[in-house]
Design a protein around this ligand. Structure first.
Ligand SMILES: [Zn+2]
Length: 361
């Protein structure tokens, strides 16, 4: 079955974190309009889905009620001080009017996606407004308010399902990892940039995600991190993905696949130093699409609006089993040679070995 759902509601593309903020929800309009222009939604297997508001009980699967109350207050009165809850006016996650309500919808979109695929009506459903993987139990973080991937993985685990969560955002999926660090019922695999960034004078955000973070007690070996060096290009990225993800999914045999498909790993992205193109992404998402399990797919980071538009359009076409028009691909993906090739490959070898050695046996 190739039936694929695309979550759409203009209300999740209208909010503004702050005028100068890199996360621009309006980016989703470009994805929707591109797919519409390409005729994707007219295909028999395509289903346009509408999100619902997540319930309080669903949000509380991951978040503390006191934090939810703080987000509700910030949503009504963004000018007060919420720094204790990870929100600040000039920080990564500013309070803004209506933030609670729109976050219930972005989370609810992922919940509808889950319900559609678990109910067997669709093989996969994609919520581009979700994938907010940094939010913590009592804190907003890294542009993320409610952690929809963790909420969905938790609710699926509560149903007794074995959940595989694969996060291909450029940043470590720290909030999801933390939520399931001591259980073997949710396998988390994150491929991300890791290390010091000389231009910024600090560690790449969020600063976690080494192979040594492998889970604890029953969860030991079920948190997998592929810590990639900056400048990882398509050749190195696909090598790392192929070495780690398909073999571990094969070994784990999940009941459901949950993917966070942040596209801030793209070489045009202004916030990261990974050098991935639509070619590597096509390879990776085609691999996801081979799963026979129900598949919940989300967006995530992505700060080059054109890369977001082309990549997520392409990725939904892959979910549909449709052809990919050339216009969606990068014309000239970067590819290293010489010394940098050798440096990147050596560091990626270390990342692969570390991730495989960390896994349960
Ligand atoms: Zn990211």
């Amino acid at each position: 079955m190739s039936a694929a759902g695309f979550m759409w509601d203009p209300r999740v593309a209208m909010h503004i974190y702050r005028d100068d903020h890199p996360l621009k929800p309006v980016r989703l309009v470009g994805v929707h309009d591109t797919l519409e222009r390409l005729g994707a939604f007219g295909r028999p297997d395509a289903h346009v889905l509408a999100p619902r508001a997540a319930t309080g009980a669903e949000i509380e699967r991951i978040h503390d009620p006191e934090y939810i109350s703080a987000v509700m207050r910030a949503s009504r009165d963004p000018d007060s001080d919420y720094t204790a809850w990870g929100m600040s006016e000039w920080g990564d996650t500013p309070p803004f009017k209506g933030m609670h309500d729109v976050s219930l919808l972005t989370t609810g979109g992922t919940l509808v996606a889950m319900e559609e695929v678990i109910g067997g009506r669709l093989h996969v459903a994609f919520n581009g407004s979700g994938g907010l993987h940094h939010a913590m139990r009592r804190s907003a973080s890294g542009f993320c308010i409610y952690n929809d991937p963790a909420i969905v993985c938790g609710l699926l685990a509560d149903r007794g399902m074995k959940v595989a969560y694969v996060d291909i955002d450029a940043h470590h999926g720290d909030g999801v990892q933390v939520a399931f660090y001591e259980t073997d019922q949710v396998l988390t695999i994150s491929l991300h940039q890791y290390g010091f960034v000389p231009e910024l004078g600090r560690m790449f955000f969020p600063g976690t995600g080494t192979a040594e973070e492998r889970g604890r007690s029953r969860g030991a070996g079920y948190s997998i991190n592929v810590a990639l060096p900056r400048y990882t290009d398509d050749a190195a990225y696909t090598r790392a993905f192929d070495a780690v993800v398909p073999p571990l999914l094969e070994r784990y045999r999940p009941d459901v696949l949950v993917t966070q498909q942040g596209i801030d790993s793209h070489f045009e992205d202004p916030l990261t130093q990974l050098m991935v193109s639509t070619r590597a992404r096509e390879h990776v998402v085609r691999q996801f699409a081979t799963t026979t399990s129900p598949w919940v797919a989300m967006g995530g980071g992505g700060y080059s609006l054109d890369a977001v538009r082309r990549a997520w359009s392409m990725e939904f076409l892959i979910m549909l089993g449709a052809n990919i028009p050339k216009e969606l691909h990068d014309a000239e993906p970067p590819e290293w040679t010489g010394v940098r090739r050798a440096q990147v490959d050596a560091a990626v070898d270390v990342a692969i070995t570390g991730a495989l050695d960390a896994a349960w046996t």
